[in-house]
Design a protein around this ligand. Structure first.
Ligand code: PHE
Length: 472
């Protein structure tokens, strides 16, 4: 019976550690790098509002669903799905859900590591004092130099991937649990500090207005900056809704089994609902703080909010370059950003590694190496997307390899995985099973969750999809 199932990979030492690990997975580049730049590209406040609605109505119920599925199965997502399909005598096709997640995780890690490599590179640039007195031009030049050098981007990508493999190979409990305890709070403190800087030195009111003033004429407006930070060109499309939805999944690490596999190591007596609310709150606060730190600097320096993936690398160095102690804080910031990315990256490959250990009898070390090397190879395409392969002749569907990976995973594969997770937990699993696993004393709470996961989350995902492909 489910209660006696245990994970062969071990268990988190406490409820608190589970929350830390899940926050470590959720808070990452998605919050600090991606959220500000996609908000900039999709018109600001209206986009933020749509994103927050997605978090509340889709993110929260699906996170609970993912954790409960993981804890009930107590194995890698692929095997967990197999076990639960047997428990519920469901259609065996549901087992593909585990595979979908593993593939998605691979694809995400491949480009995630490249961007994390930028953060790592910036630790040394900040440490060497390269930002001192920097203005918008010098910062763009510095960033352009990194993008223009495939060798150095490849080197940083390699270093980051090795860091990820080392931790996963040693098992999560060894080093990362401890690191996360110290470093995540430090990242929050530093973000707050940056917000204070933005408050005094940046165009704070404009930044706040951009983030929180929902101008609904912009709900459907998507802008992209022209070559080298020139003025943005905008068009009307359903895409911002899809991007907000996709980002809700991405930032909460949902839809690919990362939270499921972490849930499978969760102590049996911990409350899934309470853990979910804490994880979601921490993740949302981190993203909003990043936005509050960045947009005032963007506006005060005449930068372009729709600058794209380089946004934080072109704004924060200006702040560090002019604040007292900026060299120290700048270095520290990029160290913490790297850590945030690191604790997310390990959750991206844990599902595949756990499966290799369970099914192929491979030890963790070779399993982590195999998965990491494969993702590393795929990542080379993303490295080249910013230089040698940036031209049109290398594009597919009008996107570079990096853009394509990002679009495919965040906007299509994660919402699809999340949709099926919701359908499985809401429609396939029996009431007794989900209720037993959630252990919610509060009957209203359970009913609300079940209603959301059956009727609201799946429909919203479907509607946004249909809208984005122009069917409604
Ligand atoms: N949530 C992570 C971030 O915001 C990225 C991630 C996505 C991690 C999916 C695991 C699974 O950076």
């Amino acid at each position: 019976m489910p209660d006696t199932r245990g994970s062969i990979h071990g268990q988190w030492s406490s409820r608190f550690v589970f929350i830390l690990a899940a926050v470590g997975s959720a808070v990452g580049l998605g919050n600090i790098w991606k959220f500000p730049y996609i908000t900039g590209e999709n018109g600001g406040g209206a986009f933020v509002l749509v994103y927050l609605v997605c978090i509340a109505l889709i993110g929260v119920p699906i996170m609970m669903a993912e954790i409960l599925i993981g804890r009930r199965g107590r194995q890698s997502p692929i095997n967990t799905m197999r076990v639960l399909v047997a428990d519920e005598q469901a259609n065996p096709a549901w087992r593909w859900l585990g595979w979908l997640g593993v593939v998605t995780g691979f694809l995400i890690l491949s480009y995630y590591s490249v961007i994390a490599g930028w953060a790592l590179a910036y630790v040394f640039r900040a440490g060497a004092g390269l930002f001192t007195g920097a203005d918008a031009d010098s910062v763009s030049t510095l960033f352009g130099a990194l993008l223009g050098s495939p060798e150095s981007m490849l080197a940083w990508h390699t270093i980051f991937m090795v860091m990820t493999m080392v931790v996963v190979a040693r098992g999560v409990r060894g080093g990362l649990e401890k690191a996360v305890t110290l470093l995540m709070p430090a990242l929050f403190v530093l973000l707050v500090l940056l917000v204070f800087y933005a408050m005094y030195q940046g165009a704070f009111a404009r930044g706040v207005e951009f983030l929180f003033n929902a101008d609904f004429s912009k709900v459907f407006q998507h802008c992209e900056s022209l070559e080298s930070g020139g003025p943005a060109s905008c068009r009307f499309t359903g895409e911002p809704l899809l991007i907000a939805l996709g980002h809700a999944f991405f930032t909460l690490s949902l839809g690919m089994g990362a939270i499921m596999v972490y849930g499978s190591y969760m102590p049996g007596n911990a409350s899934i609902a309470r853990a979910t609310l804490i994880i979601v709150a921490a993740d949302t606060v981190a993203a909003l703080l990043a936005g509050l730190a960045i947009f005032p600097i963007v506006f005060a320096n005449g930068l372009e909010p729709a600058a794209g993936p380089g946004l934080i690398f072109q704004t924060l160095p200006i702040a560090f370059g002019s604040m007292p102690g900026g060299r120290l804080f700048g270095t520290l910031f990029f160290v913490l950003l790297t850590f945030a990315a690191w604790t997310s990256a390990i959750s991206l490959i844990e599902p595949a590694v756990a499966w290799l250990v369970e099914n192929r009898g491979i030890a963790r070390v070779p399993a982590a190496i195999a998965v990491g090397v494969l993702a590393w190879v795929l990542g080379i395409g993303s490295v080249l997307s910013f230089n040698l392969w940036s031209g049109e002749s290398f594009q597919l569907f009008g996107k570079t390899w990096f853009d394509l990976m990002d679009y495919l995973t965040a906007n299509i594969l994660l919402p699809l995985g999340g949709l099926f997770i919701a359908l499985f937990a809401g429609w396939v699993m029996s009431r007794a099973a989900s209720r037993g696993e959630l252990r919610m004393g509060d009957r209203r709470g359970y009913r609300t969750w079940r209603f959301l996961v059956r009727y609201v989350s799946p429909w919203l995902v479907v509607i946004v999809f249909l809208n984005a492909i122009g069917l409604i």
